[in-house]
Structure formats: C-alpha cells, structure tokens
Ligand binder design. Structure first.
Ligand SMILES: *Cc1c(COP(=O)(O)O)cnc(C)c1O
Length: 384
C-alpha cells in the first residue's frame, strides 16, 4: 500500500512526534495487565522504561545492524557499562584490548575489578598474538570486549577468529563507534553485541550525547532489565535528533569514506609526514584485516610527524580549518594532537606502550567541509 494511504498514524505527520512524558497512562485494568504484567504492549508505563520515540530509533538501529533489537542509552559509556554489568559478576573473567577507548579501559582496569571481576588486558597490535592469547585463557572468559578500528591507530581484529578462540559460551561485544553500518556489519561475523557511541557517526551532527547496544533478542532482554534498573536512559528529544540523523547515515559515511581516502593518500605522499594510519591504505599494519571486514574506512585519519611535542603543536595550531576538539563524525573537521588531548595525563612509558608519540595527530574530517580546502590547509600548515 502506498505510504500516503496508510491508516492515520501520528495525525498523518510524516515525521513522528517526539515523546517526552515521564509516565504513560493505562486506560483500564485490562490495559494494565497487557502493558505491565504480561508486557505484550509497550504502551503505558514509566519514562525510565519506555518511550515511543526510543522505540522508533532502536528499531532503526537494529535494522541497520541486521540484528534483532537495540537499546538507546544516555551516552556511549552508559551503553558499555550497562552491557558489561549485565553479563559480569564477582569471579567472572573479562577480556579487553589494551588499545580500546580510554574510558572503557578505565572501566576494566579500575572499576570492574572493585566488584571482583578479573579483567584481562590483551594487545591487538599483533592480531595473531591477540587471537593466540585469547585461545590460551583458562578458564574461558565470560565476556570478550573488542573495539575496531581502534583509536588513534585504527587497529583491526580478526573477528571471525575470536569466536573459535574463546568458545561458544562467551558474550562477544564490539565497540563499533569508528565503523558503524554500513562500514562494518558485526553480526555477519559472530559478534553478539554491537556497542556504539551514537555521539559520533550515528548522530553525526555534534549536538547530542548518546549510546546504543544492538544484538540478539535474548541478550538485549537481559540488558534491558539492567537499563530499566540502573537508569542510564536518554530522553525523547535525544531519540528524535538521533532518528533525524539516521536518515543521512549512509550518505554521510559514504562522503567521509571518500574524504578520508583522499586526505590519507595526500598525507602518505607528503615528505613532512612520517607515517599515516588509515585502514584504507595498503601501508596500514592491519590492511588485510581491514579489507576483509570493512566496506569503507571512515573520516578519521591519524598521522605521525617526526617532530617534538612543541613543533607538532605549532603545526596543529597553524591549521585554519579544523577546530581543535575531540570528537569525530561531526559536520565540522576537528583536529587533536593526541598527547595534548586524550593522553595528556600519560607518561612517556605509557605513551610508548600504546605507540602514541608527541607527533601523533588525529584529524576527524567533517562532511560539510571541502576536501580540497582541507588538503590546501594541511599542506600550508606542514610547510616549515
Ligand atoms: C566516544 C567513544 C566512546 C564513548 O562514547 P560517549 O558517547 O562519549 O559516552 C566509546 N568508544 C569509542 C570508540 C568512542 O569514540
């Protein structure tokens, strides 16, 4: 049936309205029974449990990921922590990559161990030894958390090999913030949960903080109870903005994929640049894995300058076009010198451990900028 002739829904508004009610009423006792006791309808409950605008965006994100269901959260970190707490308890073992998002690393290193979780840290820099390390673990982990590509070096993981290394029982979660659909389809590779900061590419307008967890129904149902209880929920307006953003996700990703490739190739051929980390380049240490798993390589390009911290800062400062800020997937181009921003509290030993130097710069291309102008700007800044 043509959409224009469908039965009236939302007073024929093409865009759904935004719900922001703290609670929802029941019409009668029967409604209470189906809504509350049997949960056969999602209508009529309380704002921490249900919101019709969440439902729409969650359905959309689940479909984009080609999986059963999805939950919206107040932030990417809220999504991560709620998912981890669902499957871990005192005495259980979790695995996380040394190169994962800094705050995720803090959760595994400094928070979960306080509750008796044994968190095992493995580096993904050498993909084979990561898989080997996973296979060696006895007892087997309850949860294996992955992130791909990682920041700032865009390291990759052999996703298909993870399941056979850890056996059928482990819950495997993957942080897909840097490669949301269509660039990476985690559920085609044995992943159980895709956890994503919607603040980044998914929303892509730099105007909300939110997170999502997508996956199989049985797992999402368990996480839902924990979200209901712990309450790290977003509100209806955040869901509305995210819903609007998802209309353009594919277009935005396509555009930054091509911008990223152009800028990465420019930097790779620039004599003043020591190395470039972009999974679309053959020179990336994990190019083979990237070619196997990624359909596009996104708009974040990391490069190393053979310079001191101050010399690098001067070059970053010379750039006219990007904002000096941490984020990616936003409309505007952003730049950060890694040791000034994300890793400013790290000592030289810790920096060496994660392979970040004072000359490491991360450029997050904004889809509203012209790639030619970005290249001209970079070229001018790199002239010494
Ligand atoms: C930003 C980010 C997060 C955290 O998401 P928030 O929405 O900021 O809480 C987690 N993982 C990665 C890879 C990120 O880039």
């Amino acid at each position: 049936m043509p959409r224009s002739r469908q039965a009236e829904r939302f007073c024929n508004s093409i865009n759904p309205p935004t719900y922001s009610s703290a609670s929802y009423y029941f019409r009668d006792q029967e409604d209470v029974i189906s809504g509350l006791h049997e949960k056969t309808i999602t209508r009529g409950r309380y704002g921490r449990y249900n919101n019709p605008t969440w439902d729409l965006v969650e359905e959309r994100v689940a479909r984009l990921n080609d999986t059963d269901d999805c939950l919206l959260f107040a932030s990417g970190m809220a999504a991560h922590v709620t998912a981890f707490m669902t499957f871990l308890e005192a005495g259980s073992r979790a695995v996380f990559p040394s190169e994962c998002y800094r705050q995720t690393r803090n959760v595994f290193r400094r928070i979960l161990p306080r509750f008796g979780v044994e968190a095992v840290e493995l580096s993904i820099r050498d993909p084979q030894s990561f898989i080997h390390g996973l296979g060696q673990l006895e007892p087997k982990p309850t949860l294996v958390h992955l992130e791909m590509p990682s920041s700032p070096h865009m390291y990759c993981i052999d996703l298909d090999a993870v399941r056979s290394a850890v056996g059928g029982q482990a819950v495997i979660s993957l942080d897909t913030s840097f490669a949301p659909p269509p660039n990476l389809m985690p559920f085609h590779h044995g992943i159980d949960l895709a956890i994503c900061s919607a603040t980044k590419y998914l929303n892509g307008h730099g105007d909300i903080v939110a997170g999502v967890v997508a996956g199989k129904q049985s797992l999402i149902d368990r996480i839902r109870w924990h979200r209901d209880t712990m309450g790290a929920v977003a509100d209806g307006r955040v869901a509305e903005l995210l819903m609007r953003s998802l209309h353009t996700l594919e277009m935005r990703i396509e555009r930054v994929n091509s911008m990223g490739m152009r800028v990465a190739e420019f930097l790779e051929n620039h004599p003043g640049v020591h190395s470039v980390y972009y999974t679309g380049l053959d020179s990336h240490p994990h190019a083979e894995l990237a070619a196997r798993y990624l359909r596009g390589h996104g708009g974040v390009v990391t490069f190393d300058l053979p310079l001191s911290r101050d010399e690098t800062a001067k070059i970053v400062q010379k750039m006219q076009l990007p904002y000096m800020a941490s984020n990616f997937g936003a409309p505007q181009t952003l730049v950060e010198q890694s040791t000034f921003f994300t890793y400013f509290e790290y000592g030289d030993n810790e920096l060496a451990e994660i392979g970040v130097s004072h000359g490491t710069v991360r450029l997050a291309l904004g889809y509203t900028d012209s790639v030619d102008e970005i290249i001209i700007d970079l070229d001018a800044a790199l002239k010494r």
